[in-house]
Ligand binder design. Sequence first.
Ligand code: G4P
Length: 195
Amino acid sequence: MDKLKQKIIEEGRVLSESVIKVDSFLNHQIDPVLMKQIGEGFADQFANEGVTKVLTLESSGIAPAQMTGLTLGVPAIFARKRKSLTLNNDLYSASVHSFTKNESNEISVSKDYLSGDDTVLILDDFLANGQAALGLINIVKQAGASLAGVGIVIEKGFQDGGKLLREQGIRVESLAIIDSLADQKITFHKEGASV
Ligand code: G4P
């Protein structure tokens, strides 16, 4: 069994039939050794796509995105959820609605860091309903950049995000896919990849 799945089993806490808490290595405390391996896993999967930028959404996407950028030798950008003091008006922005949290965020990226010359790999910690990924894809389109695909650390296969993105022909690579959290038990999809 791979290291990520092992970590999810050992340290993940099933909070309900649809939510798993992984604060000890991904969402609060970060396991940098595991993040490095995750970065190498995504870099390997997208090695031939000519990626020039990795794009994520703050905050929990930053660690895996940075490690992927490090391995690919390209910058990692995080879209901001709040307006920053120093972020000026030259922004790409999109609205992202979270069904899990029942809130909407306006996310934004400076036009200084994404352009039509870029090939972008989108990364995130979780894929649930796919709204964060769709917001980031919207930003990639606004920039006129190409999309290499979407890399996800943990996909919840029982929610619609993966289907929604793959049906649009988008390449989605998830390192671990959870098929079910029923009865406090974590069941993985057998294709969940390789880290
Ligand atoms: P979606 O983008 O796929 O539609 O996901 P959704 O709105 O449902 O998720 C909203 C937030 O909740 C995201 O974090 C997402 O990573 C997180 N999330 C969704 N399902 C789970 C889960 O089962 N476990 C955990 N731990 N997180 C989950 P966020 O608000 O952007 O937070 P952060 O990046 O600042 O940590």
